[in-house]
Design a protein. Structure first.
Length: 205
């Protein structure tokens, strides 16, 4: 016999339903187009009940950013765990990224739309999260031969180039025609190799 649902479990289920409904809307038309009434309807609550879970729509949007970025950071972390040199990291990163995009398209559409077209707290939070991601990647890059002696600022600059290139790949994958993923993955790998080849000739001023 299944145990009855507790009050906290019901609350968490409703909160999850609100986030899922908001993410679906935001991934399709941007967070500015999210309808409070519609997400409440999809979650099975009255519109005013949304504010029992989130103090404002901005708070709801920031929560979506944090969840979506957690997905992206998990992907990067998995790729970083692959042993080997920069070529191994590149292959693992791009392949893992393409798999994550396909399994979390709503999350990535939301991040892309809000990073390039969003406003307010949601866009600012994406900026902060990307800086954190860049910082984590910079620390990892320092373990590679040839980069161990790089100044912190140069490592962050290289990490920023990598993150920007991967974000562009996300957009290409989301907008891709059927069957184009393999070509996009190959191009992305070549672009990252080019970045690292250039890094090998970099001399900090």
């Amino acid at each position: 016999m299944t145990a009855p649902e507790t009050r906290n479990e019901r609350k968490e289920r409703t909160r999850r339903a609100l986030l899922d409904a908001a993410l679906r809307q935001a991934s399709e038309r941007g967070f500015a187009g999210v309808s409070l009434r519609e997400i409440a309807k999809q979650a099975g609550v009255v519109p005013t009940a949304v504010y029992r879970h989130f103090a404002s729509m901005d708070e709801l949007g920031v929560t979506l950013v944090e969840e979506s970025m957690r997905t992206l950071r998990t992907m990067i972390r998995e790729a970083r765990a692959v042993p080997g040199g920069s070529d191994d990291l590149i292959r693992a990163s791009v392949l893992t990224l393409s798999e994550h995009v396909r399994s979390h398209e709503d999350h990535y559409w939301f991040l892309v739309r809000e990073r390039y077209g969003g406003t307010g707290a949601v866009r600012q939070t994406i900026g902060v999260e990307l800086k954190l991601l860049t910082g984590e990647l910079a620390v990892d890059l320092a373990r590679f031969d040839g980069l161990r002696t790089w100044p912190t600022g140069d490592l962050r600059m290289l990490a920023d180039l990598v993150v920007s290139a991967m974000f562009s790949t996300v957009l290409e994958l989301l907008e891709a025609r059927p069957g184009a993923d393999a070509e996009i993955v190959e191009t992305a790998q070549r672009a990252l190799r080019l970045i690292f080849v250039g890094a090998g000739h970099w001399r900090s001023s």
